[in-house]
Design a protein around this ligand. Structure first.
Ligand code: 5GP
Ligand code: MN
Length: 347
C-alpha cells in the first residue's frame, strides 16, 4: 500500500518543492475529477506551506468541477495558449499528475519535453514514462492519483515534523479526486482508500456536500439524454458479455449537451446480469472519443492499445477513433471478435 512504500520518494519530493521557485502542475486532456482534484489538491497543499505554483491543463474541465477552482486560477492551454507556453518555459519544476505518457497532454507535450525543469510524475496508471521524468512516484494499486498524492502529502508532513491534518481545501480536492475515479466507491477501492476517506472525514471534509456537488448537479436535459441512451441506444452483445452506447453530435445538440454530461454513461451496461465489458462512443468534431470498462479479467487497457489508439487501466481505459461515426458499431464488434481471447488476462 502506498502509505508504506513512498517514504524515500517523499524525501526527494520535499527537497524539490523546497528548492524550486517556479512550479508548474499539469494534468491530462479532457481533465476528469481525479485530474482536477489532484492538481488543485497539490496547489492548495503547496500554498498552505507558502509555496506558489500554477496549474495548466490542455483543455477545459467539466463545469461540475468548477467549485475546485473557485478563483479560476487553472490556465487552460486551448484558451490561453501563449500564457500556458510562457508558464511551461519558465518553470524550474514540473509536476505531472494522473497520466502515464506525455502524449496525454496534447500540444503541451513538446513544451514539457523542451523544458529544462526537473520533472516529477505522480500517477496510478500502468507503465509510467520513466524516460521523460526525473522522479516517478507511481503506484498502480491505488484507486486514484488523488489517493497516491494523499499518502505522499501525509508522508511529507511527517518528514517536516508536522502532524496536523491537511488543509480543508487540500482535503476537499483529494476527496473529490478519489470519489470520482472510484465512481463513488464502486471501482478500485482498497482498505487504503477507505482509510484515506476516514482520515479526510475526520479532518472535516463534508462528504454529503461534495457528493451533491459532483453527482447531484445535472441538468434536466442530461437526465432525459440518459433515458434516451438506455431506451434507444444501448446495444447488448450477449456472445461477448458486452454492452455499448453510441452518442452522436446530433443527440448532443438535441439534449443541450455540455462537458461532463456523459459522466457515468459507460458504466450503465455493467448493471445488467452477464454484462462484464462496456463501451461508450462519443462523436466529436474530428474524432470519436472511446471509453471502455470491464468488471472481470478482460483487459480493456489491452483492447484500447490494440484498436482504439489509447490505454489506461486493466478495467478502465479510453482512446480515440478516426473513422466515420456510423461505422463505430461494426468496428467495435469486429475488434471484440478478433481480440476477445487475447484480452482475457491470463492468471
Ligand atoms: P475515461 O473513459 O474515464 O475517459 O478514461 C478511463 C481511463 O482511461 C482513465 O484512466 C484514462 O486515464 C485512460 N484514458 C482515457 N483516454 C485515454 C487516451 O486517449 N489515451 C490513453 N493512453 N489513456 C486514456
Ligand atoms: Mn485517475
Amino acid at each position: 500500500m502506498s502509505q508504506h512504500i513512498i517514504i524515500k520518494e517523499s524525501e526527494q519530493f520535499l527537497e524539490r518543492i523546497k528548492c524550486s521557485s517556479d512550479i508548474l502542475l499539469i494534468s491530462h486532456s479532457n481533465p476528469d475529477g481525479d485530474a482536477i482534484g489532484s492538481v488543485t489538491g497539490l496547489k492548495n497543499f503547496l500554498k498552505s506551506r507558502g509555496i506558489n505554483s500554477v496549474i495548466v491543463v490542455p483543455n477545459t474541465y467539466p463545469d461540475y468541477l468548477s467549485f475546485l477552482d473557485e478563483d479560476k486560477e487553472i490556465v487552460v492551454y486551448s484558451l490561453e495558449r501563449d500564457r500556458a507556453i510562457e508558464l511551461a518555459d519558465k518553470a524550474d519544476l514540473i509536476i505531472a499528475l494522473d497520466f502515464n505518457q506525455l502524449s496525454r497532454v496534447d500540444e503541451l507535450e513538446k513544451h514539457v519535453l523542451d523544458s529544462e525543469a526537473f520533472k516529477i510524475l505522480i500517477d496510478h496508471h500502468p507503465m509510467p514514462d520513466t524516460e521523460t521524468f526525473d522522479l516517478v512516484i507511481s503506484d498502480t494499486e491505488v484507486s486514484s492519483t488523488a489517493e497516491l498524492l494523499f499518502w505522499l502529502l501525509l508522508s511529507v508532513q511527517k518528514n517536516k515534523g508536522k502532524s496536523e491534518m491537511l488543509s480543508q481545501e487540500t482535503a476537499k480536492s483529494l476527496y473529490v479526486g478519489m470519489m470520482t475515479d472510484t465512481n463513488n466507491f464502486s471501482n478500485s477501492v482498497s482498505s487504503g482508500t477507505f482509510m484515506m476517506a476516514s482520515i479526510l472525514l475526520e479532518s472535516g471534509v463534508d462528504k454529503d456536500m461534495l457528493q451533491h456537488l459532483v453527482f447531484g448537479g445535472f441538468s434536466e436535459e442530461r437526465m432525459r439524454l440518459l433515458g434516451h441512451m438506455l431506451l434507444n441506444k444501448m446495444v447488448i452483445l450477449d456472445r461477448f458479455g458486452a454492452g455499448y452506447i453510441t452518442l452522436s453530435l446530433e443527440e448532443q445538440k438535441r439534449y443541450n449537451f455540455s462537458e461532463g454530461d456523459a459522466e457515468g454513461f459507460v458504466n450503465l451496461p455493467l448493471n445488467i446480469k452477464g454484462v462484464n465489458i462496456s463501451a461508450l462512443f462519443t462523436q466529436k468534431d474530428d474524432h470519436v472519443r472511446v471509453s471502455l470498462r470491464s468488471t472481470n479479467d478482460f483487459s480493456v487497457n489491452r483492447l484500447s492499445r490494440m484498436h482504439f489508439n489509447g490505454g489506461g487501466h486493466e478495467r478502465a481505459a479510453g482512446g480515440k477513433l478516426f473513422i466515420p461515426f456510423d461505422q463505430v458499431s461494426d468496428y467495435f464488434e469486429s475488434k471484440l471478435e478478433e481480440s476477445f481471447d487475447e484480452c482475457i488476462k491470463k492468471v
